[in-house]
Design a protein around this ligand. Structure first.
Ligand code: MET
Length: 395
């Protein structure tokens, strides 16, 4: 058997072999809605699933196939399924795994729209939803119910950067017969591979580090082929949250530089953390890569590096946080993360605004919290911008 190539080599060559017709090194873009059949018999066979081949781009497209295969290889998954957004990827897998009367156990903090989706499942479709601190094994055990079908979590968590021990949660899930679905957006397969640690499915907002350049909205679900085939022929086909071929092509382009970008994002994040930890206007800094962080050992165990996102609290509370965010210039005041540009935002009023205030407080998403996604600019410029915005507040 051919030896598996290194991660960066697989990133660069993930688009596959050069095009056999033209020799094009870069994978061709199949920007088409539909595929022509040779005859009725062939069309009928494809619709019946008796012959492999493309039919219509909502059901599959060669550019998307390349992306799905490349990401499945990187996450060491059996298969992947691309979607038109991260939230479509999350909904796609959860709709497939859950039915009325089932229980979903979610980590105690999640992205605001994921929280909204789970509430929708609960209120409209009779799925029970519970939240627990999955980093505390006894809390997780207590929260499991006989009808728990899915354990859903982010690690690192958006925006608090808490971690969940993936091996421990996966062990627990195996004992209870639940599926583990992990949102790996903040880590990317370069920094963390949840399936190797026992999880069943990984979801990504590919909008973030995978695309990496801030020009695509996309999602991907990775895991067991049998279930992903089922999602393709049910949820994806009938709900139709499909990715465009051009966006898949842009993601294939972004993927080639994932490792070098991540190394720089992480290096810059570490410097930002050092700066923030020593600034008098800054309180708690939330970054598991910091030696002071209580989950630093877990970060070292399950991640290659802790990522490029940092949370921090302003000692002056919400008003100080808002004033600081109004003063940044190079760091762009915007949601999203994982782009070349440093992005900074206020989770309580932005990414997590849809979470009711009491639940948000319990998540630790208070008005003093700021989230920064360090870009790949020169670090001294990022820090100079943070410094001027912090220092003007104290003068
Ligand atoms: C629509 S708000 C957020 C986008 C993205 N999921 C983030 O956390 O920044």
């Amino acid at each position: 058997m051919e030896e598996k190539k290194g991660f960066s080599t697989r990133l660069v060559h993930g688009g596959g072999e050069p095009c056999p017709q033209t020799g094009s090194l870069i994978p061709p873009l199949y920007q088409t809605s539909t595929f022509v059949f040779d005859n009725v018999e062939q069309g009928a066979k494809r619709f019946a699933g008796e012959e492999k081949g493309y039919i219509y781009s909502r059901l599959g497209n060669p550019t998307l196939t390349r992306l799905e295969e490349a990401l499945a290889d990187l996450e060491e998954a059996e298969a992947g399924l691309a979607f038109g957004s991260g939230m479509a990827a999350v909904s796609g897998v959860l709709i497939a795994l859950l039915k009325n009367g089932d229980h979903l156990l979610c980590g105690d903090t999640v992205y605001g729209c994921t929280y909204g989706l789970l509430r929708l499942f609960q209120e409209k479709f009779g799925i029970e939803v519970g939240f627990a601190d999955l980093s505390a094994p006894e809390e997780a055990v207590k929260a499991i119910q006989p009808n728990t079908r899915v354990i859903y979590l982010e690690t690192p968590v958006n925006p608090t950067m808490n971690l969940v021990d993936l091996e421990a949660v996966s062990r627990l899930a195996r004992q209870t017969g639940a599926w583990v679905v992990v949102d790996n957006t903040f880590a990317t397969p370069y920094l963390q591979q949840p399936l190797k640690l026992g999880a069943d499915f990984v979801v990504h907002s590919a909008t973030k580090y995978i695309g990496g350049h801030g020009d695509v909205i996309a999602g991907i679900t990775l895991g067991k082929r049998e279930i992903l085939d089922e999602i393709r022929s049910t949820t994806l086909k009938d709900i139709g949250g499909v990715l465009s071929p051009f966006d898949a092509w842009l993601l294939l382009r972004g993927l080639r530089t994932l490792a070098v970008r991540m190394d720089r994002h992480v290096a810059n994040a570490r410097e930002v953390v050092r700066f923030l930890e020593n600034h008098p206007a800054v309180g708690e800094v939330l970054y598991p890569g910091s030696p002071n962080h209580p989950q630093n050992r877990l970060a070292n165990r399950q991640m290659r590096a802790p990522g490029g996102v940092v949370g921090f609290r302003l000692k002056g509370g919400e008003s100080a946080a808002r004033a600081f965010l109004d003063r940044v210039r190079l760091c762009r005041l915007t949601v999203s993360l994982g782009e070349t540009t440093t992005l900074i935002q206020h989770p309580a009023t932005m990414t997590h605004a849809v979470v009711p205030a009491d639940a948000r407080e319990q998540m630790g998403i208070t008005g003093d919290l700021v989230r920064i996604s360090t870009g790949i600019e020169d670090i001294q410029d990022i820090i100079a911008d943070l410094e001027q915005a912090l220092d003007k507040g104290s003068s």
